[in-house]
Structures are given as C-alpha cells and as structure tokens.
Write a protein that binds this ligand. Structure first.
Ligand SMILES: Nc1nc2c(c(=O)[nH]1)N[C@H]1C(S)=C(S)[C@@H](COP(=O)(O)O)O[C@H]1N2
Ligand SMILES: [Mo]
Length: 334
C-alpha cells in the first residue's frame, strides 16, 4: 500500500529503493540459511537499515501441519518461491517497508492466542491457539494474491473456510457484515507505537466483508503456508485470505470477527477513501487513482529485475464470485 500524504520522518516504501530492498532481503535470507557464501560476495558491503531495532538474528519457529488436498483450489501456475512469500510483505504493524515485517517480527508471540467471534450471533465463541489447528479440517489451497500495488504471488495456503467458522457462531438474520480486527499490541508491534512508524494508520487494523462474501467458499482463514504454520510476517497465527480482492483485504493476525448490520469503515478507507474502497475487488478496468490496475508483476523464481508483467484478470481470475456483484456498478463500489 502507498500512503497519500507523505510525512517527512516516515520511510515510504516507494522511497526505499529496489536495491535497498534487494540487499536487505539477501541479508535476511542469509540469516535464515537460504543463501550460501557466494551470495555474500556479490555485495560485501551490504548493510540493511534497521528502522526499529534488531529482530533479524532470531528466526520464528514454524511447525509442519497436516492437511488434506482437495480437488478444488489447485493450480497449474508456478508457485512463488517460499522464501519470497515470507520475505516480501506488507504488514504495517511491523513497519512500512517490504522487508520490515520479516526483520521486525521474528520474536512475535502467537501462543497463547485468542480469536473471538461475536456481535450479531447466537453463540459467541472464542478459539484458543490449539483450536486454530484442531477445530476444523485443514486443507491446502493454492490461491493468487494480488496486491493493490500491482505485484502478485501464487501461494499454497493451508486453512479452513471462513464460512465454517461463522456458521459455528450461528449468525442472526440481522447480520449483514463481518468486521475483522488485528491484534493491538504496541509492545510487540513497533508500527503501532506512533503515527510515523505505522504509516499513519489508526490501529488496530480493521477490515470488513459483506456477509455473503465472508460466507463464500473461497474465503479462507489461513493458519499456514508451504506445509507449515504461518510465520509472523504472513500473519501468524491466523489471517484471512480473500483471493478475488486486493491484498489489503486479507487481514493478518486476527483476534476478533464481529458480525454487524452496519458497513464498517476499513483501515485503508479511513486513510484514503478515494483510493481504497470497501469492496476492493480486483478489477483491471478500474485504475487506482495513481496507477494502472490493468497488469501486475508476478513474483516468481526470477531475480528482482526480471520482467514478469502479466495482465490482471477480473476478480483476480475467480469468476465464480461475479454473481455477488451482478447488479452493482463496480466503478462506484470500488
Ligand atoms: N494487519 C494487517 N494485515 C494486512 C496488512 C497490514 O499492513 N496489516 N497488509 C495487507 C496487504 S496491503 C497485503 S498485500 C497483504 C500481504 O500479505 P502477504 O505478506 O502474506 O503476502 O496483507 C494484508 N494484510
Ligand atoms: Mo497490498
């Protein structure tokens, strides 16, 4: 995401050069053991700028997960390499640069965790850390995720249908929207400590879906990727993945889902309503006010400067959601 009004003391991600991100990422990958000695020789003087402190010598421990392999939601597209999925992130709670989340989140505590579902439901419920992995059948789904900034990834997520979770809480007929909230914990999340470190966002991060969108079989609560539990930079221990919407709807490290009858004001709408709407359906015909949405850069196994520009597809290539918007003007409801 890009912020509209620059503040002088803020590192904006478009001011962080590709080269810097590249060097920083190499350093991280090196510390995680992905790169050999030869990688170091390419840039012996590489020095990552550390904005908040140093978390990068620790590595968060993920654990293997058991899951089923359903026939649906598989894909023949090339997967984005795991080390890119876990080192190029947007998670403003840990800083606004693409490599801040991986460097600043490695000591994030996910156990104990508490995720509550409340509001307009008959049976409010709370899941603890173990419930996240044990209360539902976990399956692997390969989904494209397209960021509003026009890069995209193909990721083997592990998780369960959001619909199954909502059904357990028994929604009242008056419920029309689901509102999601990320953990608020400035001690652990340096981006929440002041306006500048967190991109001007008024935390906690909030997202929302219409209830029919939330109940759509594609909407996934993800607890893992690449066969393991999620690392913090990707939203551990549980995050939403809504593959037909821009990436910012896929809220990370969720602690609360509240059903309501009023449309919520989401974090990015609060920050820049003219740029980020409630719906945020991937739509190559509706440009972001400052750049095109007609194409995207697919992150693959190539280097950072590899050209992988591909056309963006309507609803990110998930046409089965179109009927939910049949009588809506998608330019107005962007
Ligand atoms: N809480 C929270 N969730 C968030 C964000 C964030 O800053 N905070 N960034 C969003 C954006 S802009 C994108 S593109 C995706 C990126 O997910 P990934 O890092 O797993 O690829 O997470 C989304 N979820
Ligand atoms: Mo994004």
């Amino acid at each position: 995401m890009l912020i509209r009004t620059p503040k002088p003391s803020e590192i904006k991600e478009n001011q962080v050069t590709d080269e810097h991100i590249y060097q920083n990422r190499r350093k991280i990958l090196k510390s995680m053991g992905f790169l050999g000695a030869s990688a170091l020789m390419v840039s012996p003087h590489a020095r990552a700028i550390s904005w908040f402190g140093d978390d990068e010598n620790k590595t968060f421990k993920t654990t293997p997960l058991e899951f089923s392999q359903p026939k649906v939601h598989q894909s023949d597209e090339a997967l984005t390499p795991e080390q890119k999925v876990i080192s190029h992130n947007n998670f403003y709670e840990f800083g606004t640069g693409k490599s801040d989340p991986v460097t600043q989140s490695q000591s994030f505590k996910v156990d104990p965790w508490s995720l509550s579902i409340d509001g307009l439901v008959e049976k409010p419920l709370t899941l603890n850390y173990d419930d996240l992995y044990k209360s539902f059948d976990l399956e692997e789904r390969i989904y494209r995720l397209r960021c509003v900034e026009a890069w995209s990834m193909v990721v083997p997520w592990i998780g369960f249908s959001l619909a199954d979770l909502i059904k357990k809480a028994m929604p009242l007929s008056t419920a029309k929207y689901a509102v999601f909230e990320t953990l608020y914990d400035p001690d652990q999340m340096p981006g929440q400590r002041n306006r500048f470190s967190g991109g001007g966002i008024d935390y906690p991060y909030v997202e929302g879906l219409r209830l029919d969108e939330a109940m759509h079989p594609l909407s996934l609560m993800s607890v893992g990727l690449y066969g393991k539990t999620l690392p913090p930079q990707n939203g551990a221990p549980i995050r939403l993945v809504v593959p037909w919407k821009y990436g910012f709807k896929s809220i990370k490290s969720v602690v609360r889902i509240r059903l309501t009858d009023k449309i919520p004001k989401t974090t990015w709408q609060q920050l820049a309503a003219s740029e980020y709407g409630f719906y945020a359906n991937v739509n190559p015909q509706v440009d972001h006010p400052r750049w095109t949405q007609a194409s995207e850069r697919r992150i693959t196994s190539g280097g950072l400067f590899t050209r992988n520009r591909i056309p963006t597809q309507m609803f990110n290539g998930y046409p089965e959601v179109a009927s939910m918007y049949a009588d809506m003007d998608l330019r107005k409801f962007y």
